[in-house]
Design a protein around this ligand. Sequence first.
Ligand code: AMP
Ligand code: ZN
Length: 666
Amino acid sequence: MENIEKEINQLRLQLHQHNYKYYILDQPEISDYEFDMLLEKLQKLEDQYPEFIDENSPTKRVGGTVTKNFPTVKHPHRMYSLSNSYNQEDLTDWEKRVHKMVGDNVSYTCELKYDGASINLLYKNGKLHKAVTRGDGTQGDEVTENVKTIPSVPLTLQGNDYPDEFEMRGEIVLPYEAFAELNAERINQGEEPYANPRNTASGSLKLQDSKEVAKRKLTCLFYGIVARESIAETHFESLEKCRKWGFHIPKEATVAKSIDEITSFLNYWDVHRHDLPYETDGVVIKVNSLQQQDELGFTAKAPRWAIAYKFKTEQASTILEDITYQVGRTGAITPVANLKPVQLAGTTVKRASLHNADQIEKLDVRIGDTVFVEKGGEIIPKIVAVDFTKRNPSTPPEEYISHCPECGFLLTREEGEALHYCPNYTGCPPQIIGRIQHFISRKAMDIEGLGSETVAQLVKADLIKDFADLYLLKKEQLIPLERMAEKSAENLITGVEKSKQVPFERVLYALGIRYVGETVARKLAKKMKSIDDLMQADFETLKNVDEIGEKIAESVVEYFNNDKNKMLVERLKTYGLQLSLDEEEIKNQTDKLTGNSFVISGVFESISRSELKKLIENNGGKVSSSLSSKTNYLVAGENMGPSKLAKAEKLGTKIISETEFLAMLR
Ligand code: AMP
Ligand code: ZN
C-alpha cells in the first residue's frame, strides 16, 4: 500500500515537471505520446485506489467534473481596473503625476495587455486552491475545476521559496489558432460559430462540463502577484520569480527607464502584436519599484502606479475576394489578400498582407470569407481575424500554391523558415527585375535617369538580363522603347556611366547578397578592402569581422560559391566599377578609436554628422544611435536634446565637444 502511494506521488511529480518543461521552459523532454501514457497510468492507479485522491493531480487536466452553479467568492484583495491612455500626451501627464508623488527616479515594466478573461488564482502551500473570475472586482465566480484543465496553469508549483499563500493574477486567452479550429469544428457540426476569441475565452470558463473546457486549448498569461509578504523589490523581479515557480509570464515584458524607452516598446508592439499567437489590445506600463507602488497607491478604481495604453486601431470588415501570390527579388513568396474595397482610417483599402502560409493557416482565412482588417502603425493593413459567423460552410480551406506563379518552378521551404521560395534564381522574371531594381536604388548605385518601371521594361524587351548588362546598353537600343525619348535615353546612358564612380561599399550593397544591408556592406568593405579579398574570405574569417554573425557569413560565402555570381562580379570589374576601397580612404584608416563606442548628437561647426560618423568608423570606432551603458563617448554639438544630455549624465558617459573629438585623432 505504501508503495502504491509512493508510485502515485512519483507519477504526479513527474507529470507536473514535464508540464512545466513543456509550457514554461518550452523544452519538452518526452513526447506527447509518452506523456499521455504516464497520465493514463496515473489515472488507472487513481481509479483503483481512490483513497489517494489529490485535488491537484495532473489527471484533473482532462476534466470530467460537472458544475451546475459557480459559487460567488470574495477576492482577498480587490481586482482593480486600469486607467487608460490613448496618446503620448496622456502618458507624459501620467509620468508627471508619478514624478510629483515619488520623485524623478522611476523605472517601469512594460507588458502587453492581453485581451481575454481576467482570473484570480489562490495558491496555498504551493498548490492551486481556487480560481475566481474577476466579476465586479470585489467578488467573482469560482471556476476552479474548469481552470485546472488549462495546461499553462500550474497545479503544483516548482521550487520552495514561494509565499505560503498568495493570489496570482492573469488573463485567460484563446489563441487565434485554437479559436479557428474550434469554429471550423462547430461549423462542421452545423453549430453557430463564435464571434471572437475574447468572449469565447470568458464563456469557456463557465461551461458546466470541464471536459469541454479541456478540449478548448485555452492558455493563461500571468502579469502579477499579490502577497502579504514581499518577494522582490521590483515588479519585474517578482514576475521573474513567478516564472521560476511555473507561471507562464510572456517574455515580451521588459523594463523601461524613460518615456522614450516606453515609446519604443509601444511603437514596436503596435506593429508586431499581429505576429503574436493571441489577441492584445494595448500595453500596460507599471512603476517598477514596489516601494514606489506603495507610495502611489490606488484611486477608487485603479492603481496610480499603472496605466494602460490602448493601441489606436481602426477596424473594418469586408470580403476577401481573392488571394494572389507575389514573388520578391530574393524569390520569397508573399500571399496578398485582395479585398472588396472598404474605407479604413481615411483611405480605401483594397489589399492586405497575409505574411505566409502559417498565417493563412493560423487565421484559417478562405476566399469568400468576411474578414476584419486593421490598420495600426504600419502602412499596409492586415487581416486580423475571420468573421466566422458569416462563413459559408461549403468554402474549402485555402490551398497554398506549390509552384511559382511567375515561372512555374516548384517552390521550396526550408526547415524552420516561414516563407516559401522560388529557387529559379536566374530564370524567374520578378527575381531578375527585382535584383536590378535593387541595384539601381537610391542607397545602392543610385542611377540617375533610370527608374524601376524602366528596369522592368528593359528586361521585358530582352535588352538586359542582369545588372551588369546595364553597362552595355546603347542609346540606339533604347530609343525604340515606348515612352523613351532621345533625351531620356541619353540621361539613362550618362547615369549608368556616372555610377562607375559609386564607392565600393555601395556597390557591395547593390549586389543584393542576402542579409547584406547597407551597414553590413560598409563593415565588410572597410574590413576586406576589396572584392577579391572578400571573395576569398572563408566562413571563419568573415565571422570574426566585428558585428558579422554566422547567418551573414554563411550567406556571403554561399553567394560567391555560385559561379554565376562570380562571373557577374568579374564583368562589373571589367566595366570599371569601384570594387575596392580607394587608396586615399585606406591611407586614412587607423585603429585609434578601436574598442570605443560613440553617440553623435546635435549639429557641428567644422564637420557634418555623416563625415563625423565616417571618421569614427575609419579609425576603428563604433557609432550607435542611442545611449546605453556601453557608450564611451557622447560627441555633443549645438542644439543637443536635453533628454540625451540628462541620460548621458546619468549613465556617466563622457561628453566631448567636436574639438575634443578631433584632438583624439591627432
Ligand atoms: P480594463 O478591463 O480595461 O479596466 O483593464 C484591466 C484588465 O486588464 C485587468 O483586469 C486585466 O485582466 C487586464 N490585463 C491584461 N493584461 C494585463 C497586464 N499585463 N497587466 C495588468 N492587467 C492586464
Ligand atoms: Zn519563379
